[in-house]
Design a protein around this ligand. Structure first.
Ligand code: BGC
Length: 416
C-alpha cells in the first residue's frame, strides 16, 4: 500500500512537469493519478479514524511551523489538507490562519497554509505546491474569484476535493463546496445601521464605498446594502455623494450584476487601505458644501473603514460621520471603543474554519458533507454551508467579542 501511495506521488509530480511541457501527456497522467487517489482515499479513511483519535487523545497536531509563507506542513512533506488564503497583510486572514492551524492541528491533520499575497499567479503556484504534496482537500479563499478557476481545475484534475472558503470561485465546475458567511446579511446590516443612526431630515449625504471588483463578495455586500438603502435614496432621505452610477439607478430596487459592477467601478477600494484613503480624500475635495455636515459612510470592511474614517474626521466641514465596517479586526474594535468607527460586523472565523474542517473530515472519511444552501457561480450551483453574522457596536463589544472568548479584554483600552 505504501508503495502504491509513493507511486501516486511520483505520478503527481510527473503530471505537474507535463502540465508545463506537454499538456496532452499531463491529461493522460492525471487520469491515472485520479484512479490511484481513489485507492489512496480508501486507505486514508481507515487511517484517518485512528489518526484523529490519536491526535485528539494526545492533544497534539502533526503540524510544524514553516518559515515564510505559511505553516503547518507535516515533517514528512505529505500534506492532507492544503489551505490558500489571499494575503497576510490584512488582519482578517491572519485570524482565519490561526483558526485553521489550531483546529486542524488539534484534530491531528497534516496541513499547510499558504498566502497568495494579492497575486493570482502566486495563488496558482501555491495550489500546485500543495498538489505536489499530496493534498486530498484544498480549502481556498480566492484572490480573484474568476482567475482562481484555472488553479482549482488543476486541483480537481489531480483528484483533490475543492472547498471555496469565504469567497466563491466563479465560472468553473471545479468547486465542490462553498463555506461562507451570509454576505448579503453583512451588507444589509451595514445599510440598516446607517438608516437607524442617520440624522433626521432629508438630503443627508451618503458616501458609498465597496470592495474589490474581483471578489464576488463585494457584489453580494453591495447588493445587501442596496436592498435597504435604495428606498431611502429614492425618497430623498439620502443623497448619494460620490457615485453618478448609483444616483442614476436610484429608482431600481434590484440591480443586475452589470449595474452593480458599474457602481463598484466608481466606488471600489480594491480592499486596499491606501486606495480607500485616496478615494475618500478625492471625494471630499470634490464635494460641495451641501454634501458635508452630518454624513453617512458605507465602508465595506474594517481596514478600509479606518482609512476612510480618518479622512472624514480630518475634514473641518464634516461635522459628524457614521461609518460601517466588517470583520471585527482588533484595530477597528479599538476604533469603535474610541468612537472613531460606528460599527463592525463580527464574522466568527472560528465557526467558518471549523465548518470547513468538518467538511474536510467528511470528505477524507468518504462521506458527503452536510450543506444548507447553494450559490450559483455562473456555471453550477455550488452546495454551500452558510454562517450567520453579528453586528457589533460600542454597546455589545463586551458580549460579542470578549465574553465569547474571541479576544481578551486586555487587548483593548477604555473597554467598559
Ligand atoms: C471578506 C471580508 C474581507 C475582504 C477583504 C472579503 O471577501 O469576506 O471579510 O474584509 O474580503 O479581504
Amino acid at each position: 500500500m505504501k508503495q502504491k501511495l509513493q507511486e501516486r506521488d511520483k505520478l503527481f509530480k510527473k503530471t505537474i512537469c507535463y502540465i508545463l511541457i506537454n499538456p496532452i501527456k499531463a491529461k493522460q497522467l492525471s487520469k491515472e493519478v485520479r484512479y490511484m487517489k481513489k485507492f489512496g482515499k480508501k486507505l486514508m479513511s481507515i487511517v484517518l479514524g485512528a489518526t484523529m483519535v490519536f491526535g485528539l487523545m494526545t492533544g497534539c497536531g502533526s503540524n510544524d511551523a514553516q518559515a515564510n509563507q505559511g505553516s503547518g506542513a507535516a515533517a514528512s512533506g505529505e500534506v492532507q489538507v492544503g489551505i490558500v488564503l489571499p494575503t497576510k497583510d490584512e488582519p482578517r486572514w491572519l485570524q482565519d490562519q490561526k483558526q485553521f492551524e489550531t483546529i486542524l492541528g488539534d484534530a491531528g491533520f497534516t496541513n499547510q497554509v499558504l498566502f497568495s499575497q494579492g497575486s493570482s499567479a502566486t495563488e496558482k503556484t501555491n495550489v500546485e505546491t500543495l498538489i505536489s504534496k499530496g493534498i486530498d482537500v484544498l480549502i481556498i479563499c480566492a484572490q480573484d474569484g474568476a482567475a482562481a478557476a484555472a488553479a482549482v481545475e488543476e486541483a480537481k484534475d489531480a483528484g483533490v476535493t475543492v472547498i471555496a472558503y469565504d469567497r466563491l470561485i466563479t465560472g468553473t465546475d471545479a468547486v465542490d463546496y462553498y463555506v461562507t458567511f451570509d454576505s448579503f446579511a453583512v451588507g444589509q446590516a451595514q445599510g440598516q445601521y446607517l438608516i437607524d443612526n442617520a440624522p433626521s431630515g432629508s438630503d443627508i449625504p451618503l458616501y458609498l464605498y465597496a470592495g474589490a471588483a474581483t471578489d464576488n463578495n463585494a457584489f453580494i455586500f453591495f447588493e445587501g446594502a442596496w436592498s435597504v438603502l435604495q428606498p431611502k435614496i429614492a425618497d430623498g432621505t439620502f443623497v448619494v455623494a460620490n457615485s453618478s452610477e448609483a444616483e442614476a439607478l436610484s429608482d431600481k430596487a434590484e440591480l443586475t450584476r452589470e449595474e452593480i459592477g458599474n457602481i463598484i467601478g466608481q466606488i471600489t477600494t480594491d480592499w486596499d487601505f491606501n486606495v480607500a484613503k485616496s478615494k475618500a480624500e478625492a471625494n471630499l475635495t470634490a464635494a460641495s458644501a451641501d454634501l458635508k455636515g452630518d454624513v453617512l459612510v458605507l465602508a465595506p470592511n474594517d481596514g478600509t473603514a479606518r482609512s476612510i474614517a480618518d479622512v472624514f474626521a480630518s475634514d473641518k466641514d464634516v461635522t459628524s460621520y457614521v461609518v460601517t465596517g466588517q470583520d471585527s479586526e482588533k484595530a477597528s474594535v479599538q476604533y469603535i471603543i474610541d468612537g472613531k468607527q460606528s460599527m463592525t460586523v463580527f464574522k466568527d472565523t472560528r465557526t467558518l474554519a471549523a465548518d470547513s474542517v468538518a467538511m474536510a473530515v467528511d470528505i477524507l472519511g468518504g462521506k458527503t458533507p452536510a450543506t444548507d444552501t447553494t450559490y450559483n457561480n455562473e456555471k453550477i450551483d455550488v452546495p454551500a454551508k452558510q454562517t450567520s453574522i453579528v453586528v457589533v457596536t460600542q454597546d455589545n463589544v463586551m458580549a460579542a467579542l470578549i465574553d465569547s472568548g474571541y479576544y481578551d479584554a486586555s487587548e483593548f483600552t477604555g473597554l467598559q
